[in-house]
Design a protein around this ligand. Structure first.
Ligand code: PLP
Length: 391
């Protein structure tokens, strides 16, 4: 008899839908000459001084475990950065946890806060992990849709209408993946008031905060009364082109961070020391390289939005992250049909909007973390695709 491993997989894991993004990458990876606007990852290599300082520290023998919380020097640098940038500081001894990417910080935050039956507000379209992490923690994700007519910004009223006695937390994520929407300060203030009124925790994934092209990013933890009830997540993957180093962090109330630390110490032990050393260098000396990358993204952003609109894929103006989220209404196709056919016929990979939640249907995510030349060629191919399918 053949061994059927699937019988041993837990029901919770079996019930998890596979990521709609992954499915697409796997398809694209099997094809040749594909231009990919699919990946949510910088096309830059980590700035050389960051790589060098990390390798140099390894050469000097820094190859050990670190404190479970992460190197104190890094926690201090994170606190200093947040204080200088957003006016909200944290005690590095017990309010900052260094993690293996925001991915781990998110999972650990949700597992720390959520008991079976608790509800968590998830605002869609959004990064694919939020719902999955809530489900794995035994919680219930309660979805709040956002729409293009409101710039994909959630309002306090939208959230209030979905609260119940079991709501424990709200996951916020601005600048947003996949829409590129940012949040204005006034709306954030109203959401903060609601969180205080209804005694909710805000898990704020601000991984794209440095990629804000117009105005300034408001960190919700810096609003009055929000420092204690926000678990602030951020990291190095996007702003410093450091996805492969796997470094992120969580800041918040010492009891919540202490709870997160417990899970982290049993499951991860600590983030890799060479990556922590790299993160220290990034915070101390990475500003110039970061600004150069941000300026490039901004140039590409303007270019892709103008071109998409010109070919009839109406695109709301994203002012954060590195994604454009055009409507594909002109094609008459569903998001999945559009992406499958575009890949098959024109070898261009973009991601169906519904991979980020049902309300993303009718849109596709185009990452502009690609060269101008690639973006230009991809949009030209999309134009050809639309012409071939003119109704
Ligand atoms: C909104 C958002 N949060 C978190 C992550 C994961 O980041 P990290 O590389 O720090 O795990 C991503 C990656 O695409 C993301 O888009």
């Amino acid at each position: 008899m053949t061994f059927d491993g699937s019988r041993y997989v837990s029901n919770a894991v079996k019930a998890l839908p596979p990521s709609g993004i992954r499915k697409f990458f796997d398809l694209a990876a099997q094809m040749e000459n594909v231009i990919s606007l699919g990946v949510g990852e910088p096309d830059f290599i980590t700035p050389w001084h960051i790589i060098e300082s990390s390798f140099y520290s390894a050469e000097r023998g820094h190859t050990s475990y670190t404190s479970n919380l992460g190197l104190l020097e890094l926690r201090q640098a994170i606190s200093d950065y947040l204080e200088a940038k957003h006016g909200v500081g944290y005690d590095p001894t017990n309010e900052v946890l260094v993690t293996t990417g925001v991915s781990e910080a998110l999972d650990v935050a949700i597992r720390t806060l959520v008991s079976p039956g608790d509800e968590v507000i998830v605002i869609e379209p959004c990064y694919v992990s939020y719902k999955a992490c809530v489900l794995l923690a035994g919680g219930t994700p309660v979805i709040v849709d956002t729409h293009v007519d409101n710039g994909f910004r959630v309002t306090a009223e939208d959230i209030a209408s979905r609260l119940s006695d079991r709501t424990k937390a709200i996951v916020l994520s601005y600048p947003n993946n996949p829409t590129g929407a940012v949040m204005d300060c006034a709306t954030l203030q109203r959401i903060a008031e609601l969180a205080k009124e209804r005694d909710l925790i805000v898990i704020s994934d601000e991984i794209y905060s440095e990629l804000t092209y117009e105005g300034t990013h408001t960190c919700i933890a810096a609003l009055p009364g929000m420092r204690e009830r926000t678990v602030l997540l951020n990291g190095f993957s996007k702003a410093y082109a450091m996805t492969g180093w796997r470094i992120g962090y969580a800041c918040g109330n010492k009891h919540i961070i202490g709870g997160m630390m417990k899970i982290h110490q049993y499951t991860m032990l600590c983030a890799p020391i060479i990556a922590q050393k790299a993160a220290i260098e990034a915070l101390r000396y990475g500003e110039e390289a970061k600004q150069r990358m941000v300026a490039e993204y901004d140039q590409r952003r303007r270019f892709i939005v103008e071109r998409l609109n010109a070919i009839g894929l109406t695109c709301f103006e994203p002012t954060g992250a590195f994604y454009a989220f055009p409507s594909i209404a002109a094609s008459g196709m569903t998001s999945e049909e559009f992406c499958n056919e575009l890949l098959r016929e024109q070898s261009v990979a973009v991601v169906p909007g519904n991979a980020f939640g049902a309300c993303g249907e009718g849109f596709v995510r185009c990452s502009y973390a690609a060269s101008l030349q690639e973006i230009s060629e991809a949009v030209t191919r999309m134009e050809r695709f639309l012409a071939d399918h003119a109704r």
